[in-house]
Design a protein around this ligand. Structure first.
Ligand code: PMP
Length: 424
């Protein structure tokens, strides 16, 4: 059980109002709010230890370096990586995927090779591979999504062949919430000799993840979705896969020796971290991991399953509302995408905002998935450890009100009550 009152008190932003109403923040899949402990760690770093890292002989430089490298150890333990050298700091998930494409991908792929993606990927896990395919002559293939919102693994044998060099798949869909069977996919990919990249942007913040148990070659995620600051992310890569990589970007830190016309490379992980790294970001990320582990990932997961189950049940009672993705709360992360018939999701989000409720609306950086669903976009409510059952109920009440406001009674709340109004 999550000590909800105590947890909520740790998040200063939850005390504010929006449009005169208490904020109900249901957009953590886009970015999570930050607890005081993370804000304090950032402030303490800037107030006491701020300096650039590595090669610095002075005290502050050494303190900053220690903090950065301690954050790397913290991440390593958190995701179960075998070695600290396997943790590369990036700017986020997008940056990490592009880094893999431009280092490993350029080296490993050629004409006729295949990259296997899925129809439910975020643009971050589609476009870098499209660019790479154009550059190398490789071909893209996609695992389809079933009507229920799962990956269609029946066709996997046909799609996964000895020509497949890479499988890149999201662990948890940012739209459907589907938790994909990545361990099974990795085992299957291994059999044909393909590498696997897992996009863990929606998984690491919400579920216990052990990269070694999964067997992933690459696993990527963002700090800002897991209570940490923006501008920091992680590329985990198995040492054996990272070791042969030459850098895609040059600059300070990533070199051993530089001449006017050439350079040699630093060891892992710094070889893949050109320039000044996100030092404060790493400090904040370590504090975020401390916070998540203090509450417990199992407790967070159980809390989100309960909220998602309630949301699916209550939203299912709203007339003319369609939910997308698995109906089983255990099979999905804390994400519920939905549409109200006849209402553009942007209008819906704007109406909910009037009630202080933040939901995301649009294509969620997953346009191919929107086409598969046959919609231009959806509204999306997403939950985290600080959300409550009362907030889910408030969402449903606000939706019914929005239905009146936008659909049945476009003139506003002053007209005669429509049939749904009596239910609010
Ligand atoms: N993949 C998934 C599944 C995501 O949900 C997101 C963020 N919406 C990303 C990748 C991209 O993350 P970032 O913008 O932090 O790089």
């Amino acid at each position: 059980m999550i000590p909800l009152e105590r947890v909520r008190a740790d998040f200063p932003i939850l005390g504010r109002t929006v449009q005169g109403k208490p904020l109900i923040y249901l957009d953590s899949a886009a970015t999570a709010q930050k607890p005081r402990q993370v804000l304090d760690a950032l402030r303490a770093f800037y107030e006491r230890s701020n300096a650039n890292v590595h090669r610095s002989i002075h005290t502050l430089g050494e303190e900053a370096t220690e903090l950065l490298e301690a954050a790397r150890d913290r991440v390593q333990r958190f995701i179960g990586a075998a070695e600290r050298e396997e943790i590369v700091f990036t700017r986020g998930t997008t940056d990490a995927i592009n880094l893999v494409a431009q280092t490993w991908g350029r080296r490993a792929l050629g004409p006729g090779d295949e990259i296997l993606l899925t129809e439910m990927e975020h643009h971050s896990n589609l476009v870098p591979w499209q660019l790479l395919a154009q550059e190398t002559g490789a071909t893209l293939r996609h695992i389809p999504v079933t009507d229920e919102g799962y990956l269609d693994l029946e066709v996997l044998d046909r799609l996964l062949t000895p020509r497949t060099r890479l499988v890149a798949v999201t662990h948890v869909s940012n739209v459907l919430g589907t938790i994909n069977p990545v361990a099974r996919l990795i085992a299957r990919a291994r059999r044909v000799g393909a590498r696997v990249l897992v996009d863990g942007a929606q998984a690491v913040p919400h579920l216990p993840v052990d990269v070694r148990a999964l067997g992933a070659d690459f696993y990527v995620f963002s700090g800002h979705k897991m209570l940490g600051p923006t501008g920091i992310g992680v590329l985990y890569g198995r040492r054996e896969v990272l070791e042969p990589l030459t850098p895609a970007w040059g600059g300070g830190e990533m070199i051993r020796e530089v001449w006017l016309d050439r350079a040699t490379w630093n060891d892992l992980p710094w070889r893949l971290e050109p320039g000044t790294p996100p030092i404060a970001g790493a400090v904040g990320l370590a504090a975020a991991i401390d916070y998540l582990e203090g509450v417990g990932l199992d407790a967070i997961r159980a809390h989100e399953v309960a909220l998602t189950r309630l949301a699916l049940e209550r939203l299912g009672q709203v007339e003319e509302l369609t939910c997308y993705g698995p109906r089983d709360a255990e099979a999905k992360g804390g994400v519920v995408a939905f549409n109200l018939a006849g209402v553009h999701p942007h209008d819906l989000a704007a109406a909910l905002d009037l009630d202080g409720i933040a939901v995301r609306a649009g294509h969620h950086c997953a346009q191919p998935l929107m086409r598969r669903l046959g919609v231009v976009g959806t509204a999306r409510a997403s939950f985290y450890l600080y959300n409550t059952a009362a907030e889910v109920e408030a969402l449903v009440v606000a939706l019914l009100r929005a239905q009146d406001l936008l659909g049945l009674r476009p003139s506003g709340l002053s007209g005669p009550a429509g049939p749904r109004a009596s239910r609010t």
